[in-house]
Design a protein around this ligand. Structure first.
Ligand code: FRU
Length: 505
């Protein structure tokens, strides 16, 4: 799988030459992600308002511009043409008399259903939760309600709708994170809203008048915490349309704290009917939360999450900024043993900054394979693609000069992948951080194929074509410079590729 070196060099050159607000920052601070999105400074949490419009991917995010801990929420804004390099934009939405600007989504209102366009513009409309910090509203459980903002200049500037809020709170304490999509069959907008321990669907012809359609999930799925940040979209599998409902949950994730479960089934514009009672998670690592997909991307569904966990998000040891996003991932549906599963893989656009440095086929794992020399000048930014010809246990060791180590692997007896960050660097900021995390193997393939992507302070494991995914952050004192694989003799590596990934700054 040779990456195109000429393309890689041209992209790097363009990135260095192009004027970009981000390029003025050094972005060399300790633990600063080098090819994951992070705010130039201060706090970020959930990705919001992700919409693709006129060749540009817009990413808004929960942002507190005055501190590195969670505070009164704004929507930060960044754009990208390739999902790889990001340009920071001015803050899009500020708190106002109705409250802080909590999570939500954005759509292209090409039919001008809301009537915001006056001169033929194509409006972008953001649908978000206003969260009022007023105790009197909190007491009667009416402090979260849904509002609109619109842009008539392709997302550059935003105006709040004077009729806000458009959806009042019926008396539910957690009533937030609207994800809106156009439902072609019923020619209506559908809002998927997290309402405490369930999802409530609303519909609207114009984004302003909303009618409740149904509720889903109070007795299904994981319920160890509050439901947040849902998403609803169809995906095709074998010529059939299946609906996917993502629901973030905090706490109650498989390895503690925050995580994102999903359901598959049917949706008719009114009701979601699940096709399975099994609880499935989009990521079994601890650091992928509140993820949703970009709207207006046609059949392609691109997902991005917040690479953090509420269990320690306010304490992670970074200074200038706090929080980052996962890599953008393409979502697909796969069928295993009659069940629908999501598979996630890093977007192919990442190849533009990825350069193969070592490739080998047919290797015997009869002793440790030391790949350290191949990542010697990668600054801890690399990708490993492996195919084993048998389902056997193995370990991949990432280590540094201080002897800190992160171990990623597979346990054949338990049929589990794992990431062990017990000795991976700084962990004193939270008692539960230094743990070994487990994930079920879903695939029934006799071979094991996996992709591992490491940045300065994160690792993302896409096993079995992304059927099992784990995302973990870690904070090594020094760059990862040691990379080794070991496993039993009978476990043969049929393909091995090591690539380094360039910084986007
Ligand atoms: C999820 C969340 C959302 C909320 C936002 C506030 O991480 O709690 O439910 O809208 O963060 O910042």
């Amino acid at each position: 799988m040779k990456r195109n070196n000429v393309y890689y060099l041209i992209t790097l050159l363009l990135m260095v030459c192009s004027f970009n607000a981000a390029a003025q920052q050094p972005y060399t601070e300790k633990h600063r992600p080098q090819f994951h999105f992070s705010p130039a400074a201060k706090w970020m949490n959930d990705p919001n308002g992700m919409v693709y419009h006129k060749g540009v991917y817009h990413l808004f995010y929960q942002y507190f511009p005055d501190g590195t801990k969670w505070g009164p929420m704004h929507w930060g804004h960044a754009t990208s043409k390739d999902l790889v390099s990001w340009q920071h934009k001015p803050t899009a939405l500020f708190p106002d008399s109705l409250g802080y600007i909590f999570s939500g989504s954005a759509v292209v209102d090409s039919l001008n259903t809301a009537g915001f366009a006056k001169n033929g513009e194509t409006p972008l409309v953001a649908i978000f939760t206003h969260h009022s910090p007023k105790p009197e509203l909190e007491k009667i459980k009416k402090n979260q309600y849904q509002s609109l903002a619109y842009s008539l200049d392709d997302g550059e500037t935003w105006t709040k709708y004077e009729g806000n809020p458009v959806l009042e709170n019926p008396g539910i304490i957690d009533f937030r994170d609207p994800k809106v999509m156009w439902h072609e069959a019923s020619k209506k907008w559908i809002m998927t809203l997290a309402t405490k321990d369930r999802i409530t669907f609303y519909s609207s012809p114009n984004l302003k008048d909303w009618q409740k359609e149904s509720e889903f999930g109070s007795k299904l799925g994981a319920h160890g915490g509050v439901w947040e940040c849902p998403d609803l979209f169809p995906l095709d599998i074998n010529g059939k349309q299946v609906w996917v409902l993502l629901v973030s949950i905090n706490p109650g994730a498989p390895n503690g704290g925050s995580g994102t479960q999903y359901f598959t089934g049917a949706f008719d514009g009114k009701t979601f009917v699940p096709d399975s009672a099994q609880t499935k998670f989009i990521d079994y690592g601890t650091d992928n939360y509140a993820g949703i997909t970009w709207s207006n991307t046609g059949d392609r569904k691109i997902f991005l999450g917040w690479m953090n966990n509420w269990q320690y998000a306010n304490e992670v040891p970074t200074e200038a900024w706090r929080g980052a996003a996962t890599l953008p991932r393409d979502l697909k549906l796969v069928q295993v043993n009659g069940q629908h599963y999501l598979s996630a893989s890093p977007v192919k656009e990442l190849d533009r900054i990825t350069q193969t440095v070592f490739e080998k086929s047919k290797l015997n794992l009869n002793k440790e394979i030391d790949l350290s020399s191949h990542i010697a000048n990668a600054k801890g930014q690399f990708r490993l693609d492996l195919t084993f010809n048998a389902e056997e246990s193995f370990n991949i060791l990432l280590s540094n000069k201080s002897g800190q180590k992160l171990t990623i692997g597979y346990d054949k007896e338990a049929k589990q992948y794992f990431i062990d960050r017990t000795q991976a660097g700084q962990s004193d900021f939270e008692a539960g951080f230094a743990k070994k995390h487990l994930a079920p193997r879903i695939s029934v393939d006799k071979r094991i194929q996996l992709t591992l992507i490491a940045d300065a302070a994160s690792v993302e494991l896409f096993a079995d074509q992304g059927l099992t995914v784990m995302t973990d952050v870690f904070f090594p004192a020094e760059t990862i410079s040691i990379l080794k694989i070991n496993g039993p003799k009978k476990n043969k590596l049929t393909e091995l590729t090591v690539s380094k990934i360039a910084s986007i700054y």
